[in-house]
Design a protein around this ligand. Structure first.
Ligand code: TPP
Ligand code: SF4
Length: 310
């Protein structure tokens, strides 16, 4: 059992330096960007980000970048193969070609949920098998956001997306439950897996601080409220992220040394509809008439999850 003491207790303790400057091309209120900002505060500047095609492609628009770290743009399926190539190149240069150890970089893949759950999953699985030494940051906005919000395997049941709209035949919109990427990754026993939320900055920062001390695959899923795709006022991003945690829809947890621990379990779970009713993607569950059947299915799914742990 490895002892790790969380360095942070309060927001005011967090690392003061920013590694992403304000003023990116991303939407106002983007929850994923806030998650990445907090992560980069902790990881610092000596990072090479391999960024899959998606919303975060707009982080760097040549010749401008808000990042203090290095950044490599990849295809949707290739952030992890790119991370492997960069890791190998750094290791070889440090061993043979005069790169000193303090010039080493932490290699991080950044990808949306579409890339992570669908198009890039095979390559990630192969890297987990090889125990690649890297960090993976999946910002999970629960759809293919950059191309207009199409269904991904992370889109939750009952949500309307561009390719799963609500219709008479398909009143729920998306008809499958969100794929459990945490469990898929866990089956391959990486060094570390955590779910994080921008609404829990202390928890998020402690988890990145811990990941920094480890080696091998360190995997993160960041709940990423998306005002544009989810349909709410950008100023509500924090509230939406809080409700995702307080309703138990998005469990905040970590997997380390064979154990799963919920680091921020909801004290008293709120009904899921408090999260659903504030977003346009779920509006058809409330108007023109309430779909209690679909809301109950979503609640039951969340209850079943927590029954396993409570
Ligand atoms: C193989 C492939 N299919 C489709 C696209 C077009 N495309 C570019 S970004 C994107 C959406 C990516 O979705 P996600 O990974 O969830 O990230 P987000 O856009 O939500 O940030 C798509 C479909 C592509 N680049 N590559
Ligand atoms: S579409 Fe959503 S995830 Fe993409 S930049 Fe805008 S708010 Fe962020």
């Amino acid at each position: 059992m490895t002892a790790f003491v969380n360095p942070y207790k309060k927001i005011k303790d967090l690392h003061p330096k920013e590694a992403i400057s304000p003023g990116t091309g991303l939407c106002a209120g983007c929850g994923g960007l806030e998650g990445l900002r907090l992560a980069m505060k902790e990881l610092g500047e000596n990072v090479l980000i391999c960024n899959a095609a998606g919303c975060f492609t707009l982080l760097s628009v040549y010749p401008f970048t808000p990042l203090k770290s290095s950044w490599l743009y990849t295809t949707m399926g290739a952030p992890v193969p790119a991370a492997q190539g960069v890791r190998d190149a750094l290791d070889i240069r440090m061993a043979h070609k005069g790169l000193s150890n303090d010039e080493n970089l932490l290699v991080m893949a950044v990808a949306g949920d579409g890339s992570s759950n669908d198009i890039g999953l095979g390559a990630t699985s192969a890297a987990l098998h090889r125990k690649l030494d890297f960090i993976y940051f999946c910002y999970d906005n629960e759809a293919y956001g950059n191309t207009g919000f199409q269904l991904s395997a992370a889109s939750p049941l009952g949500s309307a997306t561009q390719t799963a709209p609500t219709t008479k035949v398909h009143p729920a919109g998306a008809e499958s439950f969100k794929q459990d990427l945490f469990e898929i990754w866990k089956a391959q026993e990486p060094t570390y897996i955590a779910t994080v939320s921008p609404r829990e900055p202390v928890d998020l920062s402690n988890k990145f601080a811990k990941a920094k001390t480890l080696q091998g695959p360190r995997m993160f899923i960041c709940m990423s409220p998306c005002p544009t795709g989810w349909g709410y006022d950008p100023k509500e991003s924090n509230l939406i992220a809080k409700l995702a945690v307080d309703t138990g829809i998005f469990p905040i947890k970590e997997y380390f040394e064979g154990k799963v621990v919920h680091t921020k379990p909801p004290k008293k779970r709120l009904p899921v509809e408090q999260f659903l009713e504030r977003q346009k993607r779920f509006r058809h569950l409330f108007e023109p008439e309430r779909r209690d059947d679909i809301i109950a299915l979503i609640q039951q799914h969340v209850d079943e999850y927590w029954r396993r742990y409570e």
